[in-house]
Design a protein around this ligand. Structure first.
Ligand code: NI
Ligand code: MN
Length: 226
């Protein structure tokens, strides 16, 4: 299994000849290098409707004839824009062609906001994804929550992607607490340095993690294979 960091909370996840992208925020992302038209995937996973996560999802879905997997309200919102969708909700799991997906709780908001107003897009989530017998956990945007202890107890997590930027999500200290609860083998920090407001140092986070887990800081475009 291989994960490639495309900037902010966006990861390309590959395994068994299939690939999915999580939270494909590329076009308006000041740090992203990949272009939506270059993305080749079997599915798109969305944690919530905020612009920095929904991003280019609908365009990528249409380009690839790929399905958007998201919480019910957000899936319907994307379906309304002509994308093929598979709606799920927190606590539910499903076996797709590319692998297994389960939606986990996230403590955050979820709405699509533009000039015309605010569109409610349901509850935000995180994802457990299993491909080739390996499991990743992408927390989405969330604060530290006690549910992470249960997620860690009931899943063997190989790699966890956790937000560390603070202000909108967990900061480094809380994310290091999350690592203890998740008992993941490896942690990859995300959702930092995209803008000055979330300018946290990933190496400081790794220091806080210590020997609780292997801490891998990925450059934009860099991959981690496990
Ligand atoms: Ni958000
Ligand atoms: Mn965000």
């Amino acid at each position: 299994m291989k994960v490639t960091f495309l900037g902010h909370a966006c990861f390309l996840v590959e395994g068994g000849g299939k690939s999915v992208i999580i939270d494909p925020f590329l076009t308006d992302n000041p740090v992203a290098k990949a272009k939506p038209e270059d993305i080749k995937v079997d599915a798109i996973l969305l944690t919530h409707g905020h612009g920095d996560h929904l991003g280019d999802a609908v365009q990528i879905a249409k380009n690839n004839n790929a399905t958007i997997i998201a919480p019910y309200e957000l899936a319907n919102f994307c379906g309304g824009q002509g994308a093929q969708v598979h709606s799920m909700h927190i606590g539910g799991d499903y076996n797709f062609d590319f692998g297994w997906v389960k939606l986990t709780p996230a403590l955050h908001g979820s709405a699509y906001v533009d000039e015309s107003g605010v569109t409610y897009t349901g509850n935000p989530c995180g994802f457990l994804v299993r491909m080739e017998g390996k499991t990743i956990y992408h927390a989405g945007d969330t604060g530290l929550s006690a549910e992470m202890e249960v997620i860690g107890r009931t899943n063997e997590i190989d790699v966890a992607m956790l937000p560390i930027g603070s202000n909108f999500t967990m900061g480094p200290e809380d994310a290091a607490e999350a690592v203890k609860m998740l008992k993941c083998k490896t942690v990859i920090p995300m959702h930092y340095k995209t803008w000055p407001l979330i300018d946290k140092d990933p190496n400081e986070f790794c220091k806080l993690v210590g020997d609780t887990a292997k801490c891998v800081v990925l450059e934009i475009g860099e991959s981690y294979e496990f």
